[in-house]
Design a protein around this ligand. Sequence first.
Ligand code: C2E
Ligand code: CA
Ligand code: CA
Length: 677
Amino acid sequence: MKTFMKKQKKKRFYKKSIWPSIVLFVIFTGSCVGMVLTFMVSFQGYLVDSKISDIHVDAVSLGRLIDLHMKDKTIFEAASFVEVYLEDDKDICITDEQHRILQHFGKTVPDFEREEHISVFAPFRVMTPYHLMPDLDLQRTDRDSILTLSFQEILKRSLDAFFNSSYEDDRWMEKPLFHEYYWAEIPVSKQGYRLYYRDSLTILQKNVFFMNMAVLAELVLLGVPAVLLFLNVCSSIAMQKRMVNLLYQDPVTGGNNWSYFLEQSKKILCHFRNTKYTYAIVSLHMIRYQDYCACNGSREGEALLKKIDGFLQISMDSGETFARFAKADFGLLLRSSSKEQCEKRMKKMLVELTGIKKDKMMSFSAGIYLLHPAANRKEKKRRQINIDQLYHFACAARGTMRGKDGEYIKVFDQQILQEQLWKHKVEETMEAALLNGEFKLYLQPKYHPVTEKIVGAEALVRWISPEDGLIPPNRFIPVFEENGFITRLDDYMILAVAKLQSEWKLMGLKQVPVSVNISRVNFVKEDLAEHICHLVDSYGAGHEGIELELTESAFFGNKERLMQILKELKMCGFCIAMDDFGAGYSSLNSLKDLPIDVLKLDMDFFRGEDEKQRGEIVVKETIRLAKALHMKIVAEGIEKKEQVEFLAEQGCDMIQGYYFAKPMPVEEFNERVKRDC
Ligand code: C2E
Ligand code: CA
Ligand code: CA
């Protein structure tokens, strides 16, 4: 449920993208530019049209004047008469219908055959009334002039003028930006002739000044929000980048984090082109990273993780990915052609990794889950693939090597899968099993080696499952120790033993001391002694009838705290036994320091025929040592008569083993007590 919520949150974040801001920015800037351009083009159209209109007005007035004079004169005389009154730069020319020049008055001779008709680029001119003047016919005098009279041209020329003007000169506004001569047709009533006069089209700096100012104002008014919008888009992009970094960046290594790995791996594996390849999901682990940090400091530890991240980055091929999972554990997705090739590559990688810090001793291990090419259409989709689960399979494969020397790479196989499934089943059913009373108390008697009478017992649990029958403890105790459920089971067993003790009292049976196994996981409890007292007292059982067995591993760790708890337990009247003494890392020191009452020799002392003599010496000396320290000795796993005889000779106090009896149900034990006590 939690992961689902997380996914939803992520989705919402992606949906809240910066695209709306970008689109708004583009629309806004586009409309601003459009508005400015429209304004400039319309203004230019208006400007040119008004200038042409002036020429038109002049042409019409001239036409009227000539018409007036033509009443008593020829067209040539009328034209020469009018020409005298024209300004210096305005010439007159008479042509026939085909533009052939018949007479010319003035300095400039037109070349109508070569010239083209005026065409002013001003799209919005159609809006102005001046455009609709069919009787005005302008002729170009210069080939490349008027066609370029677009708004860009006016803008260019006005900007040139603006920047190149000397503003001390008061007359800069009167400077022409554009000045061209045209031949405009004069509308006259004389048939067979065409009459033209030369006029100029001039645009002054002051004509466009208003336009420039307006454009500038427009640019400022629209530009400020456009810039603000742009900054907003930039900050949104930067923000999203930061958010993506937060989502996908590992805070320690600065590389990819686990979310990135899960998403990227899924993307790679689900891509239809990749379904034909074998992939390996690897759980890479640095062994004893804690110790490394303890020796070199946590900063150095983090620096090492960064180095590992850097090394992995250069080791990845395209289409592969990796990320840190937790502590010094990394997840890798590698493409490989076969199991052998993958193992070879990982072997090389592990060797190279040990060398990334020349002066430090490091070792790594790797668990591998191989994902084979998709065999059918359904598999090809790989949509249901759960990378997290596959990574944990790889971790499980790595976990099976724990404590095995010289083995550093393990590929997940069917056997590990079965173990995983079993573990899963145990975890699914344990709560219900406890409630349903499926955990049964079994007792294994402890005998005196000489008198061969029952002097005690060990409480051992059995899981009688309706589905799987009798399940031995080694099938579920390690799982419970891993998930913490063992504390609940231990409480259950203490209660069962306390209840049994009070029942024996009621039944008038001999109350032999019973030892109960206390897992080291219990030692995290602050009030362990008080808690156990409370359990035992709930049945009114005497504390002296209960012995608490702790394995040696419980004696590692915080010794002061352990000492405190043991003292409290002893003060409550419980007997303390050290279980499996001699197995694993035995610490004679703990014998010296801790208040232990009973020493249980590990059954491994009595295995192996080859070293029998040496083993006997060790047992003999250990018994002597324990006796000197006023401890009682229990020998476990005794299966043979000669072992009992040897232990009796050495003064061993109790024997627990199949030679006398296997663990049995309470009813059977009660019968034994009646018989053997
Ligand atoms: P342990 O505490 O060392 O218990 C002794 C184990 O040795 C028992 O196995 C017992 O059946 C076995 N054993 C006794 N005599 C012989 C012998 O002569 N030959 C052989 N081959 N084995 C012998 P069991 O009952 O399977 O228990 C295994 C372990 O499970 C125990 O080892 C203990 O660590 C754990 N365990 C059992 N019950 C509990 C419990 O209630 N709480 C906790 N925390 N652990 C328990
Ligand atoms: Ca035990
Ligand atoms: Ca034991």
